[in-house]
Design a binder for this molecule. Structure first.
Ligand SMILES: Nc1ncnc2c1ncn2[C@@H]1O[C@H](COP(=O)(O)OP(=O)(O)OP(=O)(O)O)[C@@H](O)[C@H]1O
Ligand SMILES: [Mg+2]
Length: 236
């Protein structure tokens, strides 16, 4: 059984029919990437999983349990962490305070110190800046903090929306390696990523999305070998 399953969801903003029957699965231990042009519906898919946009039809299941009747808070408590595009680091709180906020509402309250150590092993830069307030962090550091804040709840699945957007190439590479390491240590990831190279490097499987529908599903190798899909749905 899939850990996470999105089953034929239709999501609207007002009368605009944005997701037109989106289905995807994420198995335990996978990195699955959703890729596609601006406006394809990637963020709306993640928002639908979190209950922030309510599908009018279809279901989202975690280990078989239907999440669609639940509120966002309940969905998060089931073990799904959402790291939005806008990063949303709290500017007046320190790095440590931001991380402690991520721990609130986590199902396991034990081992707080341990999980912080683990996070700082991935992000040594955050350890150095532990007492700095969010607003004094660079864009890259804010992104690291946003991911770290998702990790401290020890989620079953992390939904990460365009983590490399706007970062310098060296940071993109650094973050790609960190996400791969987080996955190797057991965290399942559903990623939205616009940079094809990053997506191909990180993913076990990818879904290409266009105009609210899934247009391709397959391995990185299969996508590499498919110039038609790349041209139709990924090039500008
Ligand atoms: N709050 C909203 N109200 C109305 N329409 C919206 C809203 N948010 C997004 N849309 C529209 O829904 C469609 C899908 O948007 P979505 O944000 O899911 O795309 P995306 O694939 O994440 O794009 P990007 O790569 O730019 O982040 C777009 O046509 C967008 O204009
Ligand atoms: Mg988006």
């Amino acid at each position: 059984m899939s850990l996470l399953a999105v089953e034929d969801i239709h999501t609207y903003y007002g009368e605009a029919h944005i997701l037109q029957g989106v289905s995807l699965t994420v198995a335990e231990g996978e990195v699955v990437t959703l890729i596609g042009r601006n406006g394809a519906g990637k963020t709306t898919t993640l928002r639908s999983i979190m209950g922030l946009a309510r599908p009018r039809r279809g279901h989202v299941r975690l280990r078989g349990e239907d999440l669609t009747p639940l509120g966002t808070h309940e969905i998060a408590r089931r073990g799904i962490a959402w790291i939005p595009e806008e990063r949303r680091v709290l500017p007046n709180l320190t790095v440590l305070e931001n991380l402690r906020l991520g721990m609130l509402g986590a199902s396991a309250r034990n081992g707080d110190a341990e999980v912080l150590e683990e996070v700082f092993d991935y992000f040594p830069r955050l350890r150095e800046r532990i007492e700095h307030r969010g607003r004094f962090l660079s864009g890259g550091e804010q992104q690291m903090l946003a991911i770290a804040r998702g990790m401290v709840s020890r989620p079953s699945v992390m939904l990460v929306d365009e983590p490399t957007e706007g970062l310098a190439p060296l940071l993109v590479q650094n973050l790609t390696e960190i996400l791969a390491a987080i996955n190797r240590r057991g965290t399942t990831i559903l990623l939205v990523e616009q940079t094809l190279e990053v997506a191909l490097a990180l993913s076990h499987r990818l879904y290409v999305m266009d105009q609210g529908r899934i247009q391709f599903e397959g391995t990185p190798d299969a996508l590499r070998r498919d110039p038609t899909v790349q041209q139709r749905f990924l090039e500008i």
